[in-house]
Each structure stands twice: as structure tokens, then as C-alpha cells.
Design a protein around this ligand. Structure first.
Ligand SMILES: O=P(O)(O)OC[C@H]1O[C@H](O)[C@H](O)[C@@H](O)[C@@H]1O
Ligand SMILES: [Fe+2]
Length: 213
């Protein structure tokens, strides 16, 4: 028999980036992000003052993890840089890689850095009143390129899951976002290694990809 879930409204507090009625939340401290940034020495040096500080936090509403349902929530990211590289989330691909995600910027200036299994890179802005669609199969990571908190809402299929290893296995994402003249710029990550054909086809599962000529 079908049991109805109780409809729920969640108020977003823009000053704290918290979402009311959340069913869960987690916080990432600076020291949790060891290995993410290109400049390991700068990371090490910042640990003394930044180590215990919260650099991003997520409050979410997870009604169920059943297919057809949705998980949504709010991420707040602090501004900052490690060396010249802007603060970012760990980034992931969905464990069920064909699951998409929507982000809606609420406050601040962010970017969504996306990478396809084959290594194509796309960068889209995430700022107030901007919707960012992350299609199925794209690895995604948020970056705060502003001087204030970045607050954004996200929503994705409840059975997506997250795979955080895919980025580490390739030596990081293919591009890094660093401070440039008067703004941000994208630079190549020299440590990046392409994924092999076997892993790529495993990600696409039974589907085959049509790459436009
Ligand atoms: O999960 P991370 O890559 O650390 O990113 C932090 C959060 O970013 C977004 O808001 C995602 O939708 C969340 O599911 C994710 O947990
Ligand atoms: Fe995601």
C-alpha cells in the first residue's frame, strides 16, 4: 500500500545559509580538504589558523532514498583561496551516474565546474537568481569565486548517491579555478589523467554516448 509522505516547506535563512526543517546536515572543515588543492604547501601553512574553521556546510531534506523521490538542500561556502586557488567543494559524480542535479544560486558568486567522463570541461556561474543544470554523467564541484559567502540550493534524484573517488583517481579535475587579473581564470591541472575506456563505458552503463561530430 502506498503511504503518503507529509508535504514539507523549508525556509532558507540567507544570512546563515541554513535550511529549516532539514533532516540532516554536515560541515566540512578546512583540514578535511587535504589533498584537494594544487598548492599543498599553502594548504599546510593555512592549517594553523584555518584548520578547524568550517569552509562549507550542507543542510538537506532527504524524505527517502527511493527512485522517483528528490533530495534537496542548501550549501553555504565560505570565501577564500589556498594559494591562488579558490575554495571549492570535494566534488563528485553521482553513483548512479545518469542522475542530474539542479542548483539555484541564492547569494554570492560561485561557479559550477563540470567534467564529462571523457574529460570535457564546462564552467557555469552560480549566483543569485541563476539556475545551473548539471546534466546526467557530469562530475561537478562548486567553487566560491566571490568575497562573501556563496549560498545555493540544490536538488537531485533521491537514489543518485555520490562517488567522491572519481576525481582523486584522475589526479584531480582537469581544470582548476584560480585568481586572475581582476577575476577568476581557468588553468589546466597538469596532474590530470584521462579515464580509461573501460571506466568510461562502465559509467555510461548500457547506454552508449553519441558524440556530435
Ligand atoms: O558533496 P560535496 O561534493 O562535498 O559537495 C557539497 C554538496 O554540494 C551540493 O550541494 C550537492 O548537491 C550536495 O549533495 C553536496 O553534498
Ligand atoms: Fe551532486
Amino acid at each position: 500500500m502506498t503511504r503518503l509522505f507529509e508535504p514539507t516547506g523549508c525556509k532558507v535563512d540567507l544570512s546563515t545559509g541554513a535550511m529549516g526543517n532539514a533532516t540532516g546536515s554536515y560541515q566540512k572543515r578546512f583540514r578535511d580538504l587535504d589533498g584537494l588543492y594544487a598548492d599543498a604547501a599553502a594548504f599546510e601553512a593555512m592549517c594553523a589558523t584555518w584548520g578547524e574553521r568550517i569552509v562549507y556546510e550542507v543542510s538537506e531534506f532527504r524524505p527517502t532514498e527511493q527512485s522517483g523521490d528528490l533530495i534537496f538542500g542548501v550549501t553555504r561556502m565560505a570565501p577564500g583561496k589556498v594559494g591562488d586557488e579558490y575554495f571549492m567543494t570535494r566534488g563528485h559524480i553521482h553513483k548512479q551516474a545518469d542522475r542530474p542535479e539542479i542548483y539555484y544560486g541564492q547569494k554570492g558568486h560561485g561557479l559550477m565546474l563540470m567534467e564529462s567522463p571523457e574529460g570535457e570541461v564546462r564552467i557555469l556561474p552560480v549566483e543569485a537568481q541563476t539556475v545551473c543544470y548539471v546534466p546526467p554523467f557530469w562530475i561537478h564541484r562548486s567553487i566560491n569565486v566571490g568575497e562573501d559567502d556563496l549560498v545555493m540550493l540544490f536538488c537531485y534524484p533521491a537514489d543518485s548517491g555520490q562517488d567522491y573517488e572519481i576525481i582523486a583517481r584522475s589526479g584531480g579535475m582537469r581544470s582548476r579555478v584560480v585568481a586572475g587579473d581582476g577575476g577568476w581564470k581557468e588553468v589546466d591541472n597538469p596532474d590530470w589523467r584521462p579515464r580509461d575506456a573501460k571506466l568510461i563505458s562502465a559509467l555510461y552503463g548500457q547506454q552508449s554516448r553519441t558524440v556530435p561530430a
